[in-house]
Design a protein around this ligand. Structure first.
Ligand SMILES: [Zn+2]
Length: 129
């Protein structure tokens, strides 16, 4: 899948969002080193800290199926009304680092712009043991 296709898939994944509090539907698509595709959406909770980000949901799905190396993740928020879209939060960036994500694709709220970043750009000086 190219970046535009991944962005479309991330927007589709956002349709699975459970976001009754923020009304901010986010979807993510993970591509493993073997080329497998996994999707996720944000899942909110009345106790806000219990909520899961779309990126985390997708990463956890992939890892629970045996994936240990993720090369790319695409993120889209279909409710963001700005052209920047929704960049991954710091926690998700650290999760990406754990599984070796190299490329992060962020889609504008309206789907009009697709940006590509390295994880190093988004999370310099990553924490590692
Ligand atoms: Zn997050």
């Amino acid at each position: 899948m190219n970046n535009d296709q991944l962005a479309v898939a991330a927007r589709e994944a956002a349709e699975g969002s459970y976001s009754p509090y923020s009304h901010f539907r986010v979807g993510a698509v993970v591509v493993s080193a073997d080329g497998e595709i996994f999707t996720g959406a944000n899942i909110e909770n009345a106790s806000y800290p219990v909520s899961s980000c779309a990126e985390s949901t997708a990463i956890n799905t992939a890892v629970s199926r045996g994936v240990r190396k993720i090369v790319c993740i695409a993120v889209a928020c279909i409710d963001a009304d700005n052209v920047e879209g929704a960049y991954p939060c710091g926690r998700c960036r650290q999760e990406m680092a754990e599984f070796g994500v190299e490329k992060v694709i962020v889609t504008a709220g309206d789907g009009s712009v697709v940006r590509e970043h390295t994880l190093e750009e988004l999370l310099p000086h990553q924490f590692n043991l």
